[in-house]
Structure formats: structure tokens, C-alpha cells
Design a protein around this ligand. Structure first.
Ligand code: ADP
Ligand code: MG
Length: 410
């Protein structure tokens, strides 16, 4: 009993659905993307911008950069801050400078991140408003002693306009004049334009690192890494289910990994089966973020028993998509007909209305619509809602083998 309680706790440490990875040992895949960022750090005049959907693993990747540099820990300064909707260029850099505390004792120039009893506060004597020139004056002396990597996360939250333009100017100026400093901007976006409209003028200095959803192999690695530490295993079919449901979003892989492992541990077995995954799904639904379950209910609630919202949304969630997650109405037809099992098949015109309603505030804007009006394409506005819809469908027994056979079955 004691050891199984321990193991269940450990499952909570290796599978962390709500926290970014901060240990390289738990970080799966992303080799190419990580290499690009590390190259940017190692090349003079290069900076990096890391972008992708919410929950694809941007912060986690930023967290493991340090482990992949050949700089000794004491020679690396790596402030990592989050931008906020209320930030200006000045407040953003104040946060960065607050995280860099220089240790200033006699002939030693060490540093500490966070508080220290003997330090030089870089935010002392700062001008009321910070200019790009101030940034260079402050950072250039640091860069002679330290490799400095400034990570600005949640960059999408920074209001468009002046602050972002000045950040582009900063990159240009640092690239022209200062070695040893790398900016890494991180944010939710489909493309770099959405984050920095001025990127063309700095394209030579800015390495773009789009972070797509994770591949089935990478998601599988998350599970096998974690289970390796727990000294547990999983049946291939059960693993395939977890990766299928995750839709490339590692949050769900961690969520299901955690609950499936615990369900097996509770039965005193060390090999996870489909039954454990199914039990894990029920638990995971109960543990989902409220914003996500609320979005689901807003999208699908209806007083009419025969309403189709739940089924159409499920068909959308498993439909074949392009790289950016968009699908066409035609992609929804097959899975939907397998879900409803009706004598006469539904045609696109029968569920067109539902798709469009999903794009309205009344249904919480669960989908967004792009493309020309006669060839619309849709996708989940919040990527994290999509796997939840599948988990719901599984739990409500709508997601049968026949339904899965219409898409890419696990
Ligand atoms: N490469 C990875 N290996 C293992 N788990 C990951 C990886 N990338 C992300 N995760 C997990 O996925 C979830 C979301 O990651 P996070 O970095 O917070 O995404 P983002 O910053 O893009 O929103 C977290 O639970 C995190 O632990
Ligand atoms: Mg993040």
C-alpha cells in the first residue's frame, strides 16, 4: 500500500499536464526546433522567435535551452519573463532587469538570479522610460562576461504597436552592435507577422522557429519516458489511444498518462491496458480546466434532445485537418454519419448551420472560420478544447470503432 501510494505520487511528478517541462530528462522530441534556437544563441547577431498554438510546448522548449548550451552555468544569464496585456517596452525590460542581479564583491563578478544580500540592482537609476539605446548600454557590459539569453514569453499578450516595434528595433540594434546577447521571443501565433509586423526589416537577424503540434512518435515518447521512470509499461493499443486523443497537444498526453498510470497502480498492476486508459479518461474529464469544460457546454448545450451539436462538434474534433488545424465541411461528413448512424446520410447542407453557429458568440465561438465564403474552413479557436471534445465523445460512447474507422484510427 505504501509503495503504491509512492508510485501514484511519482506518476504526478513525471506527468505534468499543467506545468511546462523544466528538466531535460522529461523533455521529449523537438530536436530540430531546439537546435534552431541553440544555433541562434551561438551565432552572433542572431535572435529567435518561437511561435505556435497554445499548449504545443513553447515554454517547455524555452526552459530546456540552457541544458543544450555549452556555456558553463555560472557564465549564463537567462532571464525568462512573461509579457502581459498591460506592458510597455519599459515595464517589460524592467521585469527582465529585475531578474538579473549582479553579484558585486571585490574582484569577483558572479551573479545570482533572484534575491541576494549583496547585489547590484540593474533597475536602479533607470530612466522613467527606457529606450532601445538604454537596453544596449545596460546589456553590453554584461555580455562581455556572460552569455546572455533574454526569453520574453507570452509575447502575444503585449499590445501591438509601439512596444513591439521597439522590440524589433532592439533586435536590429543588438544584432548590429552587440555580441553575446540573444533575445528569444515566444508567443501564440500562426505566423511571425502576428507577433511582429516589422519582422521583414529584421529577417536576417531573426530565426523563425514554428512549433507545430507534436507527432505521434513524440507524444509516445512522453509516455514511455514517464513510464520508464515509474518502471511501468503500456500495451501498444492503449498507447495509441492516448496519442490519438491528444491531437498533438502534449498537455493531454500528460493528463491521460497520469490518470491511466494511477488507475493501473490502484489495481496493483504495472502494465497499463485500454481499460486503465478508459478509466483515466473519466478522471481526466473531471479534472479538466473549467475554461475548457465551460467552452464545451456553451458550444453543445441545447434543450432539444435530438439536437446535433454534440455530435457535429465531435465529428469536427476528429476530422482530418491541415497543418494549422483547419478542416473543410466535407471532412466532417464521414465521421458525422458514422456517429449518428442514420438510414439516410447527412449531407453538408444538413450540418452547415451547426458549423456556422459554432463560430458565433452564442456558442462561445468554439470554432473560427477562414477562407472565402463558398469554400469555408474551420478550426477550433482554442486548440485545447479539441481533445476535450474527443474525451467527452469517448465517455458518452459516441466514439465507436466504426466512427474511428472513418478517420485515422489508432
Ligand atoms: N517536449 C515536451 N516533452 C514533454 N512534455 C512536454 C513537451 N512540451 C510540452 N510538454 C507538456 O505540455 C504541456 C504544455 O506545454 P507548455 O510548454 O506549457 O506549452 P505552451 O507554452 O506552448 O502553452 C505541459 O504539460 C508540458 O509539460
Ligand atoms: Mg507557455
Amino acid at each position: 500500500v505504501e509503495s503504491s501510494r509512492k508510485l501514484a505520487n511519482m506518476a504526478g511528478e513525471v506527468f505534468t499536464p499543467s506545468a511546462p517541462i523544466d528538466k531535460h530528462s522529461l523533455f521529449a522530441g523537438r530536436t530540430r526546433q531546439l537546435r534552431k534556437v541553440v544555433d541562434a544563441v551561438n551565432q552572433r547577431g542572431q535572435h529567435a522567435i518561437l511561435y505556435g498554438e497554445r499548449g504545443v510546448g513553447k515554454t517547455s522548449l524555452a526552459n530546456v535551452i540552457a541544458d543544450n548550451l555549452s556555456v558553463p552555468g555560472g557564465r549564463l544569464l537567462m532571464p525568462h519573463i512573461n509579457a502581459d496585456t498591460g506592458d510597455t517596452f519599459t515595464s517589460l525590460w524592467r521585469k527582465v532587469l529585475t531578474q538579473i542581479t549582479l553579484y558585486n564583491s571585490r574582484n569577483q563578478a558572479g551573479f545570482l538570479l533572484g534575491n541576494t544580500w549583496h547585489h547590484q540592482d540593474l533597475t536602479e537609476n533607470l530612466p522613467e522610460t527606457i529606450s532601445t539605446g538604454d537596453i544596449r548600454k545596460l546589456l553590453a557590459p554584461l555580455a562581455t562576461n556572460f552569455q546572455t539569453v533574454v526569453i520574453i514569453d507570452e509575447f502575444d499578450r503585449l499590445p501591438p504597436g509601439q512596444a513591439r516595434t521597439m522590440m524589433a528595433d532592439t533586435i536590429k540594434m543588438l544584432a548590429d552592435h552587440t555580441a553575446g546577447i540573444t533575445l528569444v521571443l515566444v508567443g501564440v501565433a500562426d505566423n511571425v507577422d502576428e507577433l511582429i509586423a516589422e519582422h521583414q526589416s529584421i529577417s536576417r537577424n531573426l530565426i523563425q522557429v514554428p512549433l507545430q503540434r507534436m507527432s505521434t512518435e513524440e507524444l509516445g515518447q512522453i509516455i514511455t519516458n514517464g513510464l520508464g521512470i515509474l518502471q511501468m509499461t503500456i500495451e501498444p493499443g492503449a498507447l495509441a489511444w492516448i496519442t490519438f486523443v491528444s491531437r498533438g497537444l502534449p498537455h493531454y498526453t500528460h493528463l491521460l498518462g497520469r490518470f491511466a498510470a494511477r488507475s493501473a497502480i490502484d489495481q496493483s498492476v504495472l502494465r497499463i491496458t485500454m481499460g486503465h486508459v478508459a478509466a483515466g479518461i473519466t478522471e481526466a474529464l473531471g479534472d479538466a480546466q473549467h475554461t475548457i469544460s465551460d467552452a464545451y457546454h456553451k458550444a453543445t448545450d441545447s434543450p432539444r434532445k435530438d439536437a446535433m451539436y454534440r455530435k457535429v462538434l465531435l465529428a469536427c474534433a476528429i476530422a482530418q485537418t491541415d497543418e494549422l488545424g483547419f478542416f473543410a465541411p466535407v471532412d466532417v461528413r464521414k465521421p458525422l454519419n458514422a456517429i449518428v448512424k442514420r438510414e439516410k446520410d447527412y449531407d453538408i447542407t444538413d450540418f452547415h448551420k451547426h458549423l456556422n453557429e459554432f463560430c458565433e458568440p452564442k456558442r462561445g465561438l468554439v470554432l473560427e472560420k477562414r477562407g472565402v465564403s463558398h469554400r469555408p474552413r474551420y478550426r477550433f479557436r482554442d486548440a485545447m478544447v479539441q481533445p476535450y471534445v474527443i474525451l467527452k465523445g469517448f465517455n458518452d460512447r459516441l466514439l465507436t470503432h466504426e466512427v474511428l474507422a472513418t478517420v485515422n484510427p489508432p
